[in-house]
Ligand binder design. Structure first.
Ligand SMILES: *[C@@H]1O[C@H](CO)[C@@H](O)[C@H](O)[C@H]1NC(C)=O
Ligand SMILES: *[C@@H]1O[C@H](CO)[C@@H](O)[C@H](O)[C@H]1NC(C)=O
Ligand SMILES: *[C@@H]1O[C@H](CO)[C@@H](O)[C@H](O)[C@H]1NC(C)=O
Ligand SMILES: *[C@@H]1O[C@H](CO)[C@@H](O)[C@H](O)[C@H]1NC(C)=O
Ligand SMILES: *[C@@H]1O[C@H](CO)[C@@H](O)[C@H](O)[C@H]1NC(C)=O
Ligand SMILES: *[C@@H]1O[C@H](CO)[C@@H](O)[C@H](O)[C@H]1NC(C)=O
Ligand SMILES: *[C@@H]1O[C@H](CO)[C@@H](O)[C@H](O)[C@H]1NC(C)=O
Ligand SMILES: *[C@@H]1O[C@H](CO)[C@@H](O)[C@H](O)[C@H]1NC(C)=O
Ligand SMILES: *[C@@H]1O[C@H](CO)[C@@H](O)[C@H](O)[C@H]1NC(C)=O
Length: 760
């Protein structure tokens, strides 16, 4: 996506020059008189400086359908929307190559396409094409078929077996299901087969047993099962083999392959034993993923000298230290060794691995200081050293303009002041569960792009610096249990994006700031921002969940759906005074916990406006008066704790209130009564039937309403954003595995740098 297409294609299209000889993207057959246009290569035309987001209607192609001599037509990457113009294409009966990939074509594949009997290469990948693969496809004499990244469904038709010339079949990232038909075994010319990311099942290997020309086989992320056969390693041309994300198994890796792999993924294949030494003789190997197996032993030193660029060994039982030479590599950019038993200090050479962008070493037993040389890694985007035994008070000083966006050093034994020596662009900083001390630095604000700051369980002390309110991008701020004192700064409410704030288990005093009613992200009922899309892209199941108290339990919120939560936890402090009525503005808040403080006065009537709240804990304060009847309006409420206060009078009734009937939630007050705790109220005894008080309409919600409200809340909670497959399959026989795909993701954030990992 470097140059805008216009400049080098259409600029040469001059009506007074010879189109066959001087126009870029046009080729002619000069044996004909007059010469006939046979090739039109019109890729990425809409990427003009002004038209980058221009959507073109598919009717724009109409003029091309009069050029009946066309043999090769390609219009990829033009943002063309609408259905594939079947009738027009039927005119181009000489077509051998048709490339319409990387557009926004929708609808199903038009039947006319199957009348193009000379068609050998069809590329419709990266579109929005629906429907099934037609049985008519068996009429074609295709060699290369690219249908990856569409929305196709159904089974792969038996007629696919007729395509016995097929060399490339790329059907990845669709929704194909069922078993692949046995006729598939006829495709003995196949060199590239990708079925990655569908819902296919069966064993699959018996069907490919005779495909001796296979160079790339990608069956990852389906529901295939069975034992990986030994003959797979005897296919001499095999260069790329990806089988992860199925129910395949392989006892060990003892069999020496007869091929030279470039890429190999056998993640989650139940493999035990050692990392085999033959891996070191695989001189072409650049990527291997043996994660989530049962591998033991050490990191083979001989691997260190190879030109690897991605190494994934997470989730095994590997021990020992990392060979220092590994970091002399100039190619290594992705190293993921999380959840093993690696130990010892990290070698100082780590700073030499100049290409390193993603370094994930979490959940091991590395010890010693974090080597200062890490800060030399100018390309580093993501650093995860969490859950190790790193110690000391020396934290590497990164250059302010380095690429770092994500730092997780949590659960180590780091000491000293909270370090702020990270890149200015750092968005996620997790330093929790260490032994950091001293006051929170005023100049934490130099990290002005932070969206996520987690410092919980340290020994920081001191006050919350008011300057924190300058980090306006903050969405998650966790300062739980770090011995904070003093008042909560009123300016904290300036954090307009803050949706999760945990100040619990400190010694904060004074009142809850009136201004908290202005915490914008907690007042708006919206979907929240889509956070950290790269974490989803990478499927970083090593990344810690954010731990919060939620409905009485400490629970982890997954990174995948963090954006649907809004939390405010100020429990276990020394807060006093009235609860400000403005807090009723926090309409999108799902959990409010102000328990275990010294709050007094009444529960504000405005709490009835906390329309999203599911968990409300006001217990262990000195609140007095009645529970306001407005509480009955909270249809999402499934957890209410008002125990250990000085409340009295009738517990309000309502569809949701009536089922919140655990007596311990109301215990130790001074005269609460109501059906929930089976205590008759004095006025009920006297006046029968129950009089309609001024606000009693609020309790007249129908049960249907309650059930509906509950269901909506429930589905909202379980909404999980579908993961994006984190590797994309090579589209062409060049075996450039990090294919040139154009990321569909939101590019607005600098985190999009991470996507480009797969585009390089
Ligand atoms: C078009 O081609 C003619 C003849 O080659 C040339 O004189 C003219 O400058 C070109 N026009 C443009 C806009 O390039
Ligand atoms: C295809 O896209 C066009 C334009 O974006 C839209 O008008 C049409 O309804 C879509 N058709 C289908 C079948 O989704
Ligand atoms: C097919 O080609 C003929 C002859 O050039 C032309 O008149 C007709 O419009 C074309 N059909 C379509 C659908 O473009
Ligand atoms: C593979 O080839 C062998 C020998 O040509 C043949 O016997 C066998 O049936 C073939 N297997 C499949 C699945 O087509
Ligand atoms: C971690 O390493 C330390 C020495 O640095 C050792 O004492 C400890 O037993 C190790 N822990 C585990 C779980 O292996
Ligand atoms: C932050 O402030 C401390 C003193 O409070 C100072 O030592 C340190 O150099 C400052 N760091 C930056 C990056 O400004
Ligand atoms: C607070 O943090 C300390 C360590 O800093 C830990 O031992 C303690 O269990 C934590 N308390 C709570 C309530 O999480
Ligand atoms: C509120 O906070 C207290 C103290 O942190 C905790 O024990 C309690 O479980 C929390 N309440 C809810 C409903 O999660
Ligand atoms: C009520 O108070 C008593 C005495 O302080 C205490 O033992 C009990 O646990 C409290 N009940 C609840 C539910 O908190």
């Amino acid at each position: 996506m470097s140059e805008p297409g216009y400049s080098y294609v259409l600029n040469t299209w001059n009506s007074s020059s010879d189109c066959c000889r001087e126009w870029t993207g046009v080729a002619c057959d000069f044996d004909k008189t007059p010469p006939q246009v046979i090739t039109l290569a019109l890729g990425t035309l809409s990427l003009s400086p002004l038209g980058a987001n221009l959507v073109l209607p598919s009717s724009i192609l109409a003029p091309l359908f009069r050029i009946g001599s066309l043999v090769h037509l390609s219009v990829p990457g033009n943002n063309i929307a609408g259905e594939i113009p079947g009738e027009g294409l039927a005119n181009l009966s000489q077509l051998v190559t048709l490339n319409m990939g990387n557009n926004r074509f929708n609808g199903s594949i038009p039947p006319q396409l199957f009348s193009l009997r000379k068609l050998e290469e069809l590329d419709l990948s990266y579109n929005l094409i629906e429907g099934t693969l037609s049985v008519d496809m068996g009429n074609l004499s295709l060699r290369n078929l690219y249908m990856g990244r569409n929305l196709m469904v159904g089974e792969i038709p038996i007629e696919i077996g007729n395509l016995n010339m097929l060399q490339v079949l790329e059907l990845s990232s669709n929704k194909f299901s069922g078993e692949v038909p046995s006729s598939f075994s006829n495709l003995t010319e196949l060199q590239v087969l990708s079925l990655r990311g569908n819902k296919l099942t069966g064993e699959m290997f018996p069907l490919i047993q005779n495909m001796s020309k296979l160079q790339a086989l990608d069956l990852a992320n389906n529901s295939f099962y069975g034992v990986i056969p030994g003959w797979l390693f005897d296919i001499e041309n095999m260069k790329q083999l990806y089988l992860e994300g199925n129910s395949y198994s392989l006892k060990n890796l003892d069999q020496v392959p007869r091929c030279q792999f470039q890429g190999l993924s056998l993640s989650s294949c139940n493999i035990s034993g050692l990392i085999p030494s033959w891996l070191c003789n695989q001189t072409q190997l650049t990527f291997f993923d043996l994660s989530e197996n049962d591998l033991q032993g050490t990191f083979p030193p001989c691997l260190a000298g190879m030109s690897l660029n991605r190494v994934v060994l997470s989730g095994n039982k590997l021990t020992g230290s990392i060979p220092p030479r590994l970091f002399d590599s100039r190619t290594l950019y992705f190293l993921w060794l999380g959840r093993n038993n690696f130990n010892g200090p990290l070698p100082d050479t780590i700073g030499n691995a100049s290409a390193l962008r993603i370094l994930m070493l979490g959940s091991n037993n590395f010890s010693g200081q974090i080597p200062e040389s890490i800060s030399n890694l100018s390309e580093l985007l993501l650093l995860d050293l969490s859950e190790n035994s790193f110690s000391g008070n020396v934290i590497p000083t990164f250059r302010p303009n380095s690429s770092l966006v994500f730092v997780d050093l949590s659960s180590n034994r780091l000491t000293g002041q909270i370090p702020i020596t990270f890149a200015v662009g750092t968005e996620v900083l997790i330093l929790s569960q260490n032994e950091f001390s001293g006051a929170l630095p005023q100049n934490l604000t130099s990290l002005s792009k932070l969206t996520y700051l987690d410092l919980h369980d340290n020994n920081i002390r001191g006050e919350i610096p008011a300057s924190l309110s300058q980090i306006s991008s903050l969405q998650v701020l966790n300062l739980r249990n770090i011995s904070l004192e003093g008042r909560i700064p009123i300016h904290l409410s300036k954090l307009q994006n803050l949706r999760i704030l945990d100040l619990s288990h400190n010694r904060l005093n004074g009142t809850i700031p009136f201004s908290f009613g202005n915490l914008n992200a907690m007042t708006n009922k919206g979907d929240g921002l889509l956070w950290f899309p790269y974490l989803q892209t990478l499927d970083l199941h090593d990344q810690h969940e954010l731990e919060v108290s939620w409905k009485k339990y400490k629970q982890g919120l997954s990174w995948h759906n963090l954006q649907i939560y809004t939390f405010l936890d100020m429990s276990k402090n020394l807060l006093s005074g009235d609860i400000p009525g403005t807090m009723g503005n926090l309409k999108s808040l799902k959990s409010l916990n102000i328990s275990h403080n010294r709050l007094s006065g009444k529960i504000p009537r405005s709490f009835g406006d906390l329309q999203s709240v599911e968990s409300l804990d006001l217990s262990n304060n000195s609140l007095s008066g009645k529970i306001p009847t407005t509480i009955a309006k909270l249809l999402e409420l499934s957890n209410l704790d008002v125990s250990n206060n000085r409340l009295h009078g009738q517990i309000p009734r309502g569809p949701q209130m009536d089922i919140l009937n655990d007596p311990s939630d109301y215990a130790n007050n001074t005269g609460l009564c109501g059906i929930q705790i089976q205590v008759l109220c004095p006025e009920q005894i006297i006046k029968v039937p129950v009089p309609r008080e001024r606000e009693s309409w609020e309790t007249w919600f129908s049960w249907e309403m309650a059930v509906f409200g509950f269901l909506v809340g429930f589905f909202f909670m379980i909404l999980v954003f579908s993961r994006i497959d984190y590797f994309d399959f090579a589209r062409h026989t060049s075996f450039n595995y990090q294919s040139k795909h154009i990321s569909m993701m939101n590019k607005s954030s600098s985190l999009s740098n991470l996507f480009s990992l797969y585009d390089t």
